[in-house]
Design a protein around this ligand. Structure first.
Ligand code: NI
Length: 191
């Protein structure tokens, strides 16, 4: 385990901090350490993707990219509801944990508490993060190229989930924030 107190602010574990409507966030959500690598199971990864799409269909967020890895997932979302990001994530966690535990015929916590987040600064920051997200399976030695990883917006099966129309003209720039995404923002072990 890593010492949370040493993490820079961008990867603080979220505990009910205020999130901004119409802004974009890079999220990392990790599987509980007792569960192993359940998302390597295609049915489980599929369920995680379904939950991200479900939240989109509820009008809570726009999908701007994702990848499901064996023991965590990354997503870039554009928050569009009055609900706080932490509240949306709680809904998704509950929605998925119960079904994933059923699939795996297990009980107990499925996810680590909370999630890691980074406020996306501007289009450049977004492009860097999306490239990072899509290269996850390659960096982990699980795929030869991003597009062959099944549960990723780099794959043609899900590329259309990205709201490109909104990204172009509408992504707000957050000029007062100098902090940009670097790979080290992601918790060790979940690159
Ligand atoms: Ni990762």
């Amino acid at each position: 385990m890593y010492d949370l107190s040493e993490l820079p602010h961008s990867r603080d574990l979220r505990k009910g901090r205020v999130s901004l409507d119409n802004h974009s966030y890079f999220i990392t959500k990790c599987v509980h350490h007792t569960v192993g690598e359940p998302l390597a199971h295609p049915d489980c990864a599929e369920l995680v993707v379904s939950s991200l799409v479900w939240a989109k269909q509820q009008g809570w967020w726009r999908i701007l990219g994702f990848v499901v890895m064996p023991d965590h997932y990354h997503a870039i979302i554009g928050l569009r509801s009055a609900r706080q990001l932490s509240s949306v994530m709680e809904s998704i966690d509950k929605f998925t944990a119960r079904r994933l535990n059923q699939l795996l015929q297990r009980k107990g916590p499925f996810w680590q508490d909370g999630f890691y987040e980074h406020l996306v600064r501007d289009r450049k920051d977004y492009d860097d993060i999306l490239a990072y997200v899509h290269s996850n399976p390659v960096e982990a030695g699980l795929a030869d190229s991003p597009d062959v990883w099944e549960h990723s917006t780099a794959n043609s099966a899900y590329a259309n989930e990205i709201d490109w129309a909104w990204l172009g003209p509408s992504m707000p720039e957050i000029r007062e924030c100098r902090y940009r995404f670097v790979k080290e923002d992601v918790p060790p072990g979940y690159w």
